[in-house]
Design a protein around this ligand. Sequence first.
Ligand code: NAD
Length: 381
Amino acid sequence: MQKTVYYIEGDGIGPEVWKAARPVIDAAAKAAYGGDRTLVWTELLAGEKAFKETGEYMPQATLDTLSKAELAMKGPLGTPVGGGIRSLNVTLRQVLDLYACIRPIRHFGGIESPVKHPEKVDMIIFRENTEDVYAGIEYAAGTPQAKKLLEFLRDELGAKVDTAAGVGIKPMTEGGCKRLVRKAIRHAVDHGRDSVTLVHKGNIMKFTEGAFRAWGYEVAKTEFGDVTMTEDEAAAGGGKPIVIKDRIADNMFQVALMEPEKYSVIATTNLNGDYISDALAAQVGGLGLAPGVNMSDSLAFFEATHGTAPRIAGKDMANPGSLILCGAMLFEHLGWNEAADKIYQAVNKVLASRQVTVDLAGQMTGATTVGCVRFGELLGE
Ligand code: NAD
């Protein structure tokens, strides 16, 4: 069986980490299945490389191919400074309707962690990816749009509004929130997870964040009522496999550090999810080791969660772990679990040996560290 994976190399450290990660991912499939299951990689242009070759940072041909694709993977893309160009990542998410950003937070032995019991950390974050303040509806102070909106608010609320203010809008739709929570609960059902926590700031923003919470509980009750229960129902003896609970975002940062074992699946809004994903990744080795996937209903687009790391680009110091672990996630998505396990085993061995890159306080240089130095282990040598 062959599966086509479209890939974007990315900017900055992108080419280095790709060079290290791709052979490891292929070797894992080979070690697990001989030649019976393979990935076929097809490159798509985006970012600096695309600009050099086509004069555009995000060529339409790339978007057209991705809009019909099932699997894709990308290195980090820089946001071109100036010229009014939108973030390429945000463009991809919005054009391809990649509405769920999914990040596992799992601890690997040998990695130092700021939490007391990192071995208990095994969470997966589902972040809504297309709405909220990231929808890009913003007007600078003094623009006619900002003034008009502020005048409307002044008239509507009778509030004293300074019209020399920038204005941003935080749209959150019922459909958008519900499909994200649905995906998170579905994941919990399919993977035997025991809780889904809705993370929000509904105490302050009632009609956006608060609505996310209410819609989340509604999905749980109406669509997964046979397998989910609330915390109150659980306390009363409930007996269903998945507890649906909610936490206010600032509190979540505390409890996720102090009692990570109580939080298995997290479902949250866009801005909260952005902060929480990076903060929790720091518990388990930082961004260099954190894989992720952005999903629509048809495309799974795996991505290194770190940026282009311009200060270390081209120095052969970057950790390719994030992309390598994206490979493991991709295999799990395909149900190729034996190949995913090969990757986890190899990464565990390399990390335990402390032959790691500088971001993990190691001395090794060479983006090949995590992957290729111990390449042989994947092949069972
Ligand atoms: P960054 O992730 O590039 O760097 C943050 C810090 O982590 C730096 O100290 C960097 O050296 C280190 N780091 C990151 N990845 C590493 C790796 N694999 N190995 C070792 N160390 C690593 O974040 P930033 O500096 O805020 O952003 C730089 C650029 O990347 C910006 O243009 C930003 O827009 C872009 N960016 C892209 C993505 C993406 O494509 N998904 C994500 C974040 C930032």
